[in-house]
Design a protein around this ligand. Structure first.
Ligand code: PLP
Length: 495
């Protein structure tokens, strides 16, 4: 036998990334857990948000460390330069955009997930069963059939893209997987209210349809889609030779939390043979609550449903979910064979269907674990009660605003979103907008509260979106008091 030319002794000292001394990492880990639990336990005593000083910003502009500085130093940098200047969404008076407040067990679950570090795109291992079980639980909670499919993703933007991609696969009438959109005889059209989230537009751009394929339909004063106008648009487009393909229903719009008449949309889609996608990023989980479920009637008839778990379900970022009624359409839209991903009858490479067959990503983290553990910790009922609590708090805040002569309730959705502005004695719209812009920034800079922006009918408003399990009625009292104080201050200085 000839000697192999490969068989040479290894001359370098072999090394890895594990520490020499595990006890040091253990101690550091214990400190991290203690620090973070203290941080959570005392969050209400800190400013909601604070500006990042320029010397801190500067720290993020250095070159990559070529020689390591050690775990202690890395953690110290996190504690000093990252932790104090975080987004603020753990705080009870954080009500910006639609951002959940996370949870202690969710945080620890993410550590466990990274600890075992599986890739959920492939293979036969228990973490994939965790994700499948979470998807099954969500199907049951939201009224989707047991045989439907689903996937956990980064958030509702990706969930929307996946839903729209399956719609394209199922309804385009051409072989998009093979030929793309080139053979399409007519522009394909997607419909949703003018309140539809911009992730739908981004999805259509990414999928090759372009923004022109989205037809925004007017919404009424209740911000819900006008179904008669939708019907007209579909008929007009058919007459003009376009191809209506999909209707997007909203279960909780981003501006005001409006829920479309989903049953009406499901009927219309059935009548015209269109795909019915529901963007339930904010509102879909409300179906968990017996008292809130009726407002979502028709959502369970969607062909695809996108929703978030990191918003109102309070799971740490990031995690969203897509459910698709027809499992085979979902799988066909995304599966693509590759020799190195061949399935074996037994062993790690077994399992006919892998989670990567249901979405664009092959490598997928274990975001399912935090959902699985938090649902086990609290149970669905608790989440339902928290939704109801936030909606009651929104009503309470609307009441506080209405009872003040100096504040104006600009919009009040049926869920958890309130848009308001300071009026004082200012009457000119331009000055009011400038005043309220300043008010918003001062509320944030002074660490009092973090609402975000809404611009409704040209009015600049403070948008308070309550999906926060830490908010209490005193937080809304304080917010209104401080908004009035700062509003008066600005009004006086401008006079
Ligand atoms: C209605 C709606 N759809 C989709 C999204 C996008 O969700 P994500 O930010 O989780 O991607 C949002 C985000 O706020 C939303 O409000």
């Amino acid at each position: 036998m000839e000697a192999s030319t490969y068989l040479q002794p290894i001359t370098r000292t072999e090394q890895g990334l594990d520490p020499q001394d595990w006890s040091e990492l253990r101690q550091l880990g214990h400190r991290m857990v203690d620090d973070m639990i203290d941080h959570l336990a005392t969050i209400a005593q800190r400013p909601v948000w604070q500006p990042i000083p320029s010397e801190v910003r500067q720290r993020f502009r250095t070159s990559p460390p070529v020689d390591g500085e050690g775990a202690e130093k890395a953690y110290e940098d996190f504690r000093r330069y990252v932790l104090p200047y975080a987004e603020g969404n753990l705080h009870p008076r954080f009500w910006a955009w639609v951002i959940g407040a996370g949870s202690g067990l969710g945080m620890l679950a993410d550590m466990l997930a990274a600890g075992i570090n599986p890739n959920l795109g492939s293979g036969d291992h228990a973490p994939t069963l965790v994700e499948r079980q979470v998807i099954d639980w969500m199907k049951q909670a939201l009224g989707f059939p047991a045989e439907s499919s689903g996937l956990l993703v980064t958030g509702a933007s990706m969930a929307n893209i996946i839903g729209l991609a399956v719609a394209r696969h199922a309804k385009a009438g051409i072989n998009v997987k093979e030929d793309g959109l080139f053979p399409a005889p007519a522009r394909m059209m997607f419909y949703g209210s003018s309140e539809t989230h911009n992730s739908i537009i981004k999805g259509l751009q990414l999928l090759g349809f372009g923004k022109q394929s989205f037809c925004p339909i007017g919404a009424g004063t209740d911000f819900k889609i006008n179904i008669a106008a939708l019907q007209d648009a579909i008929s007009r487009h058919k007459h003009d030779g376009l191809k209506p393909l999909c209707v997007i229903g909203n279960a909780g719009t981003v501006n005001t939390g409006a829920v479309d008449d989903l049953a009406g949309l499901a009927d219309l889609c059935a009548e015209h043979g269109l795909w019915f996608h529901v963007d339930g990023a904010i509102g879909a989980p409300l179906a968990i609550s017996d008292s809130l479920r009726p407002m979502l009637r028709g959502m369970e008839r969607a062909d695809s449903l996108a929703f978030d778990l990191h918003k109102w379900m309070q799971m740490p970022y990031d995690v969203g979910c897509v459910l698709v009624r027809d499992e085979s359409q979902h799988r066909e839209a995304f599966s693509e064979a590759a020799g190195y991903l061949s399935r074996m009858p037994r062993g790690l490479c077994s399992g006919e269907r892998w989670l990567s067959d249901y979405g664009p990503e092959l490598s997928r983290g274990f975001r399912a674990l935090k959902v699985w553990m938090c649902l086990k910790e609290h149970g669905l009922r608790k989440y339902g009660e928290l939704f109801e609590q936030n909606i009651e708090q929104a009503r309470y805040l609307a009441g506080l605003v209405e009872s003040s002569e100096e504040l104006e309730l600009v919009a009040r959705g049926e869920l958890n979103i309130i848009c308001l502005r300071y009026r004082g004695r200012v009457r000119d719209e331009q000055s009011l907008n400038a005043l309220n812009r300043e008010l918003l920034m001062r509320l944030q800079e002074q660490g009092i509260a973090a609402p975000s922006v809404a611009i409704l009918g040209g009015k600049f408003a403070l948008r308070v979106s309550i999906c926060n399990h830490r908010s209490r009625s005193e937080d809304f009292d304080l917010f209104v008091r401080e908004a009035l104080r700062i509003g008066r201050e600005i009004e006086k200085s401008a006079a």
